[in-house]
Design a binder for this molecule. Structure first.
Ligand code: NI
Ligand code: MN
Length: 228
């Protein structure tokens, strides 16, 4: 399985089962390693309804004619935009041609901001996405604070790679993120959701130090990837 960091919380995951994009915010993402016009995928998996995660989902899904997998309320909102969706919810899993998806608990908000109407459209609950394909399992934690539920996820699933927000302010900071990695028992970890905006400026070496060898940490620059 090849996992490529495309900036902020966006990852491309490729295996013999296919290629998926997680949280494809690219246009307007100062870290974006690709443009929304050039990415290729068989499906889009979303952790939650915030703009820095939904991003270019509708445009990419329409251009490629691919489905979007999200929690029910977010899937409904995106379905109204004219894209094919597969609605799921936290704790549920489903098998797709491109792999197995399970939604895990995240401690975070979610909602789609409509600036013109000054409303926030309810988008369900924030989640993490556990994705298994080609014999490997990767957990995108989404945006979350430290929560003991992660220990349950680690007890139930062997996690080859955890994609962990470390930016602080909106999510876990480096030390809480390291504790999450330990609770998950993940073999490897890649930090994300940092250095995109001033409030989440962060030194990833703090995360590496805090994990302290409990997992193999790889710090990826946008555009870089690793094979697990
Ligand atoms: Ni968020
Ligand atoms: Mn976010």
């Amino acid at each position: 399985m090849r996992v490529t960091f495309l900036g902020h919380a966006c990852f491309e995951v490729e295996s013999e089962a296919g290629r998926v994009l997680l949280d494809p915010w690219l246009a307007g993402n100062p870290q974006a390693a690709r443009s929304p016009d050039e990415v290729q995928a068989d499906a889009i998996l979303l952790t939650h309804g915030h703009g820095d995660h939904v991003g270019d989902t509708v445009a990419i899904a329409k251009r490629l004619g691919i489905p979007v997998v999200a929690v029910y309320e977010l899937a409904t909102l995106l379905g109204w935009e004219g894209v094919e969706t597969h609605a799921m919810h936290i704790g549920g899993s489903a098998e797709y041609p491109f792999g197995r998806v399970k939604f895990t608990h995240a401690t975070h908000g979610t909602g789609m901001v409509d600036d013109e109407r000054r409303t926030i459209r309810y988008a369900g609950t924030a989640a993490g996405v556990l994705y298994s394909a080609g014999g490997k399992t990767v957990l995108h934690l989404g945006d979350t604070g430290l929560t003991s539920d992660l220990a349950l996820v680690g007890r139930r699933h062997a996690i080859d790679l955890a994609l962990v927000p470390i930016g602080d302010n909106f999510t876990m900071g480096p030390e809480d993120a390291a504790e999450a990695v330990r609770m998950l028992g993940a073999k490897r970890a890649v930090p994300c959701h940092y250095n995109t905006f001033p409030p989440i400026r962060q030194d990833p070496s703090r995360f590496v130090a805090a994990v302290a060898g409990a997992a193999e940490v790889t710090v990826l620059a946008p555009g870089e990837g690793l094979t697990i």
